[in-house]
Design a protein around this ligand. Sequence first.
Ligand code: FEO
Ligand code: CA
Ligand code: CA
Ligand code: CA
Length: 637
Amino acid sequence: MKNIDLHEQSSNLDNDDSQFTKMVDKALSRRDFMKSSGALGMGAFLAMSPLSQAIAGSHKKTNHSNLLAFNAISASTADSVIVPEGYSAKPLISWGDPLFVDAPEFDSSGKAPASSQERQFGDNTDGMHFFAINNDRAVMAVNNEYINPEYLFHHEGKSMTADDVKKGQAAHGVSVFEVAKEGNSWKVDKAGKLNRRITANTEMEMTGPATGHDLLKTKADPAGKTILGTFNNCANGMTPWGTYLTCEENFHGYFGAPDGTEVTAEQKRYGIKPSDKRYQWSKFDSRFDFSKNPNEPHRFGWVVEIDPMNPTSVPKKRSALGRFKHENAALMINSDGHVVVYLGDDERGEHLYKFVSKGKYNPENQKANRELLEEGTLFVAKFSMDTDDGKGQGEWLELTHGKNGLTKENGFSDQATVMIYARQAASVVGATTMDRPEWVAIHPNNKTVFCTLTNNKHRGKKQGQYVGGPNPRAKNNYGQIVRWQPANNDHTAITFEWDLYVLAGNPTVHKDAYAGSKNITAENMFNSPDGIGFDGAGRLWILTDGKYSNKDDFAGMGNNQMLCGDPETGEIKRFMTAPIACEVTGLTFSGDQKTLFVGIQHPGERKANSHFPGGGDSKPRSTIMMITKDDGSSFAV
Ligand code: FEO
Ligand code: CA
Ligand code: CA
Ligand code: CA
């Protein structure tokens, strides 16, 4: 593989003549870069055993992990959820279940109107959090990421009507509902006072530096601060002041325009294009026609803060956290009180971000804490790419107007523009292109930060996405997990040290780097790590969104799954296997950590042969599962 220069590393724009391309060129030509010997081909990678050795070294200890005291299960292609001996799994709620006393029951015909879906649990369960009210009652906030037209509509999306579009919009967003303790687990309380549906049409308020900016103004909202709805809510975060963070990911797919409508470079960078075949909102709801409302897409791609304890509260879009395809928001309070939020932008060759609040957390004043995400500094990560042993250094590059080339002459007239076009700003400052950053999770004790890099078929192929550093394999079809520690354990620090926790792979098919790191075996192999989270004991739970063909490169991996990792020893064991053609996503624990909630998203997608969870010939439905230990003990020990 040829050496690729850092110009390419930093600009992943396709060949267009946008002002942003020019501005990136200009900024890059002025910069001094870290040395650029990072373009290691696979040959170099294979020769450099230190990478696998580094992980192999930790693997030697893995036989003695005390954290993983369960019997690992085999890969499975069954249409069910399977957990180890001594554990049980059962559903909490499925797509279409009523959330209010007066809401209709699920109608599997696909003919129910939008008004039903507005009162029911949305589709495609994703990120979620359990907010305890007391020992016996809690409120769950759950993302409903997107829809499966093949099941939502009797016509499978082939003859959409205006009401179908409304129904689709109502199946998106966030479901908030109370749960009550029932024996060793939980049940939904339809009479809960906090129950609420937030959809693609719920009123929200824009906050932070982009508020009221010209790029956010529309005919319906000339002030640029009142936005309708949230959608493609992927994963989540939560704050110590009791709010829920929902992250807007692939918002681009909901916008359309007449064929032949010109797409600007800014729109292109975020994936906006005239065709919106999957959802078809623009045909029936002109808000989503970007030829008529070119600023409407700027109002999505944000992190939204919701108070789950107040069903009439107005959700707040937090523009200080930047606009991109947000995966989740991993929030921590730094030792000096600043709030630090780690954020992934899930697209091939996009970036990893960090927000540091201006103000400090005050445990005595939860009201004041509610303003902490209004103002702060956004950074983007640059990793050392010249490393050959699966570890190295990194730095956080500031995305502040007037600094690092983010100037008016380069197209950024103010901080609002930097936030709205955070991707382009990241390119200007020289951020590292990553293998699709998905979830970030922070170890509860030592605060090491972990991030899944799920896969990237463009690595080594597309401009700027060269092989090296934390993205060490071309055509990366298996994914990896990178982790880092900031300098001096200070999460506001500019520098950090990183290493790879695991390179997923298939040791039964490959003998090279695609076999994975040494903590991957024929018994625990998986692909495309996506959701991650820690329990109170420091176990790393790994959820997959991979290929489930069980063939070729993926032979022996079976359906998607959940694994459990020991961050110390590197050991990974398979804990749960999931039904046919689903993704496992969304993870939270009850307050006592006796119940692990995990999401089964889109079983039977694209009409694959699943009937989960109802069995028989029932329609497959996204479902939250509850996993408990048969002895009633907690996951936190
Ligand atoms: Fe919604 Fe990147 O997963
Ligand atoms: Ca994901
Ligand atoms: Ca994914
Ligand atoms: Ca998915």
